[in-house]
Design a binder for this molecule. Structure first.
Ligand code: UD1
Length: 354
């Protein structure tokens, strides 16, 4: 069996790796590397145990830092792993600092790179994820793309010949775990929630958390809605709320630790709507047929915006409130991101190249 190295580091990558590892291990020997970008139990270890992801073969323990520090430390550490393992290829996921560091380390050693969730663009150059996407796509040899829009983006950048439309691998995971979430998650009872009786909110993007005025606007729009808001707090956001002294704005908001995958799926299932700046949650909400209020002014998942499943509000409290309270129904019940078979397709294509 040929050897590949898959590299993960942050929460959304664990969810993608769960679907990928299960399938890729039928055809390849997989060496799994965890950069340590996310390290709290609730942000990392919990996902490996709940999703049955094989234990990483390497834990690089990089941790937090500025973008340059974090990415730089990863580069050296990933290179050492690749020199030792000499894989036939490297697989990277999504748009984090772990993604771009792994791509750069591999390409310099002339090891082919495959990027899962390639082609996404927000066209917002202020987002660290946008830098990571553009660079990772251009460094990669095989681009696995979740949407037609992603294919068009890559074509425009001259990368069409390396791109394959495979659908969204997060849908594979969701389909695999939705029933288990319904059976096993106890979060609804534990928080005393009623079906359709609350909103689920998550906030972690630097654009919403790093500026006091913006974070204040977002948090104040979550209190005083017609239903309670359940708010699992990302460590970045928790730290900023404390630093900016905004805890007083959280009245009427049910704060929780970052939720595990099964709990967040369960929370979405019973919610009235989802309010988020996450990319992953926008799609998961759609797969569960929940409308999503997106606390950003653009989305990589434009199909959801044009069909009304996602409503862009930025951080403006008036717009957020109106979107949350609106009763307008979305259109479209199609499958813009495939039918949850992305991992099979990706592995078939990998096997024919590597
Ligand atoms: C990262 C990704 C983003 C992804 C998100 C999912 C980048 C540039 N961004 O953002 O694309 O959507 O993950 O969550 O790679 N922290 C902890 N414990 C942890 C992890 C982080 O306390 O387990 C703290 C760090 O100290 C840091 C902050 O959270 O101050 C942000 O972590 P970082 O890894 O820089 O990026 P995220 O905001 O999580």
């Amino acid at each position: 069996m040929k050897k590949i190295v898959s590299i993960v580091g942050a929460r959304p990558q664990f969810i993608k790796a769960a679907a990928f590892s299960r399938v890729v291990r039928r055809k390849f020997g997989e060496v799994l590397v965890h950069t340590g970008q996310h390290y709290d139990r609730n942000m990392s270890a919990r996902f490996f145990s709940e999703l049955g992801i094989p234990a990483p073969d390497y834990q690089l323990g990089i941790g937090s830092g500025t973008h340059a520090e974090q990415t730089g430390r990863m580069l050296g550490a990933v290179e050492r792993v690749l020199l030792r393992e000499k894989p036939a290829g490297v697989v990277i996921f999504g748009d984090t600092n772990s993604t771009v560091a792994a791509a750069l380390a591999a390409v310099k050693l002339k090891i082919p790179v495959a990027h899962i969730e390639a082609g996404l663009r927000s066209f917002n150059r202020d987002m660290p994820e946008e830098h990571n996407r553009v660079v990772s796509d251009h460094l990669s040899d095989l681009l696995f793309v979740p949407s037609r829009q992603g294919m068009a983006n890559l074509k425009r950048e001259g990368l069409g010949a390396r791109a394959y439309l495979v659908g969204d691998i997060m849908y594979d995971s969701l389909l695999g775990f939705a029933r288990i979430a319904r059976e096993r998650s106890r979060i609804i009872g534990r928080l005393g929630l009623k079906k359709d009786g609350y909103y689920l909110a998550t906030v972690h993007r630097p654009s919403n958390t790093d500026d006091k005025k913006v974070l204040k606007a977002v948090l104040s729009s979550l209190s005083g809605l017609d239903l309670p808001v359940v708010f699992p707090v990302h460590p970045r956001t928790r730290e900023r709320i404390k630093r900016f002294g905004l805890a007083g704005l959280l009245k009427g908001i049910v704060l929780t630790e970052p939720a595990g995958y099964l709990d967040i799926i369960r929370l979405m299932m019973d919610s009235r709507k989802v309010i988020t700046d996450s990319g992953g949650l926008q799609k998961e909400a759609f797969y569960l047929r929940k409308q999503c209020v997106v606390l950003r002014s653009e989305s990589e998942w434009i199909e959801l915006v044009s069909s009304g499943w996602a409503v862009l509000t930025g951080s403006d409290p008036g717009r957020i409130r109106r979107a949350v309270l609106s009763t307008r129904k979305p259109r479209l019940n199609s499958h813009p991101y495939g039918r949850g078979k992305a991992a099979d397709r990706i592995v078939r294509i990998l096997a024919s190249h590597w």
